[in-house]
Design a protein around this ligand. Structure first.
Ligand SMILES: [Zn+2]
Length: 334
């Protein structure tokens, strides 16, 4: 039976109204000032699994808030089974640059006319909109952006805020918009028979599902693995899907180049892929470096956790996850 839910399972802030227990399903409906409106499975709530690290909380909070702003509430009930997928396809910003974009974009969406401030609102939803961990970081970012000439920022009363964009912010958002108009998604991956099938059964249909056109270099072009064609095609792409199965060097080059251009990169990997990594650094060059076989998934935890990878087992799963991820990042042709 449901015990009282008085703090938000995601951000831990006190709820103004206790979470509503839905008897026939055993779920709770939560209305949080910061995260917005969402439902959580009773098991997940009692298990306290959500009492986890700051990054998970910040990401979930941002995802729930974005859905609430867009459609009134988050559509799925949060459960043990879907939480990893939601995190992996969250579209959470992978750095400050993207946090700034999301924040400016949210202000722009709220402004009725250029220069008119957003309505006086509590600060909490803005923390989530910028995928930030707390009030302090949001206020810090807002002061910096005001000082740099991007926004006007006021605190009309304690814990309430108003923003308006300045022309410099519009210019920044417009520059991002140009890249967004491209309909191409560049695909970087291993060229082997198994991945050819995955390309046809998962990647191509996923990109087409969101109304865009995949570009894969070996389909169009058979010469040097990294040349001017690749550079040009990445440059004109709206996003790059990077599958690291097989750990091909060219794939990392393509990902790095795209990130340098601030083109979103979606990382994927076959869940069964293992890799050999050093476990002990040799003291001298004569000494053997000890290596161990490690699952890619385990390696990610300490290596590239800032780049959430979609870990897939088959084409159907990858297709679904890619569509979710592309949509979550706002990368779609319709
Ligand atoms: Zn919350």
């Amino acid at each position: 039976m449901g015990d009282d839910l008085t703090t938000c399972p995601i951000c831990k802030s006190e709820l103004q109204r206790a979470g509503q227990y839905i008897f026939d399903r055993g779920d709770y409906r939560v209305e949080c000032r910061r995260c917005g409106i969402y439902q959580v499975d009773g098991d997940l709530h009692e298990d306290r699994t959500l009492r986890s690290d700051e990054r998970t909380r910040t990401t979930l909070s941002g995802v729930m808030r974005a859905a609430t702003d867009r459609q009134g509430e988050y559509a799925e009930v949060l459960t043990h089974d879907n939480i990893e997928r939601i995190l992996a396809s969250s579209g959470a910003p992978d750095g400050v640059d993207r946090q700034i974009d999301l924040f400016l974009h949210a202000i722009g969406r709220d402004e009725e006319y250029f220069g008119r401030t957003t309505k006086t609102q509590p600060i909490e939803p803005w923390i989530a909109r910028a995928f930030l961990p707390d009030e302090g970081t949001l206020v810090g970012l807002a002061h910096e952006l005001a000082q740099a000439g991007y926004i006007n920022f006021q605190e009309p009363r304690p814990h309430y805020v108003q923003f308006s964009l300045r022309i410099k912010a519009w210019e920044r958002l417009r520059a991002r918009q140009v890249a967004k108009q491209s309909s191409q998604v560049f695909v970087a991956r291993w060229f082997c028979a198994e991945m050819e099938r995955v390309h046809d059964d998962a990647i191509v249909p996923a990109v087409q599902d969101v109304g865009l056109v995949p570009y894969c270099v070996n389909r169009e072009h058979f010469t040097d693995p990294i040349d001017d064609t690749i550079i040009a095609e990445i440059r004109r792409s709206r996003a790059v899907i990077v599958d690291v199965t097989g750990e091909r060097p060219s794939v990392y080059f393509e990902a790095g180049f795209a990130r340098g251009l601030e083109i979103p990169v979606i990382w994927t990997c076959n869940a069964s892929w293992t890799t050999r990594l050093p476990v002990r650094v040799a003291a001298s060059s004569e000494e053997q470096i000890e290596t161990a076989v490690m699952r890619w998934n385990d390696r990610l935890h300490f290596d590239t956790e800032h780049f959430p990878h979609i870990m897939w087992t088959d084409a159907a799963e990858l297709r679904k996850a890619l569509v979710n991820r592309l949509r979550a990042l706002g990368i779609s042709g319709r």
